[in-house]
Design a binder for this molecule. Structure first.
Ligand code: ADP
Length: 218
């Protein structure tokens, strides 16, 4: 059975999460206190309900504890976000992700036991700064303080060569984990594959090594 999600708050973040999860085939219960928002998404998600998520009885009546994963996408109303997260935790929801508006909000949500804190502006800002300075990099995913994954398009220098010949591991300390070619992703036996124009390398490594590869390797 597909994973069941509940998304609380249909602002910009909550609505885009709900739409994407639905597109991916997940079941999505979307909750918002604002009836207009609920009506806007009624035909999009599995079920859209008008409810106040700070009302414990309402949450329990919606069977919130049966959902695998609940995302609290209420930002501006910090009090509602905190109370909702607390009620979800008390109800025993296993995976709770919550959006934080600022550092204090983040601290409280962590203390309450939210499993992941979402800081959209901070996360996007970080990625945009990296994308803006690294002109060859198509995408950038930070895994931890030290490690990242980058997507980088092969340049003329690399076309016709194989990953083994370039030896990214020995020369730059990074690992090519996959190659995106024509809409598919090749993950097996990529070492011998001769690189073609338009291929995109997915590389994992320490940020400084990835930067070195970007500057000198492609
Ligand atoms: P964004 O920045 O992602 O648009 P907002 O904080 O502006 O986030 O929007 C959050 C949404 O959460 C709004 O649609 C709002 O109606 C909804 N919301 C706020 N408080 C509650 C609540 N107590 N119960 C359910 N939904 C709520």
């Amino acid at each position: 059975m597909n994973k069941q999600f509940a998304v609380i708050g249909l602002g910009q973040l909550g609505s885009s999460i709900s739409i994407e999860l639905t597109n991916m085939g997940c079941e999505v219960l979307a909750i918002d206190i604002d009836l207009d928002k609920v009506n806007d998404y009624a035909d999009v998600v599995t079920q859209a309900v008008q409810a106040d998520s700070t009302d414990e009885k309402v949450l329990l009546a919606l069977g919130i504890r049966n959902f695998d994963h609940v995302i609290v996408a209420i930002g501006r109303n910090i009090q509602a976000s905190i109370l909702t997260t607390l009620l979800l935790k008390e109800a025993g929801v296993k995976e709770i992700w919550a959006k934080a508006q600022n550092d204090y909000h983040e601290k409280i949500l962590k203390k309450l036991g939210a499993d992941k804190i979402i800081r959209p502006e901070v996360e996007i800002g970080f990625r945009i700064a990296h994308l803006a300075t690294a002109n060859k990099i198509l995408d950038y995913i930070e895994l931890s303080k030290d490690y990242s994954i980058i997507e980088i398009e092969v340049t003329d220098r690399l076309i016709g060569k194989s990953i083994m010949e370039i030896d990214v591991r020995a020369n730059y300390g990074c690992n090519v984990i996959a190659i995106r070619r024509d809409r598919s992703v090749v993950v097996r036996n990529i070492g011998e594959l001769k690189l073609k124009h338009g291929d995109v390398l997915l590389i994992i490594g320490k940020s400084e090594d990835l930067e070195r590869f970007e500057k000198q390797g492609v």
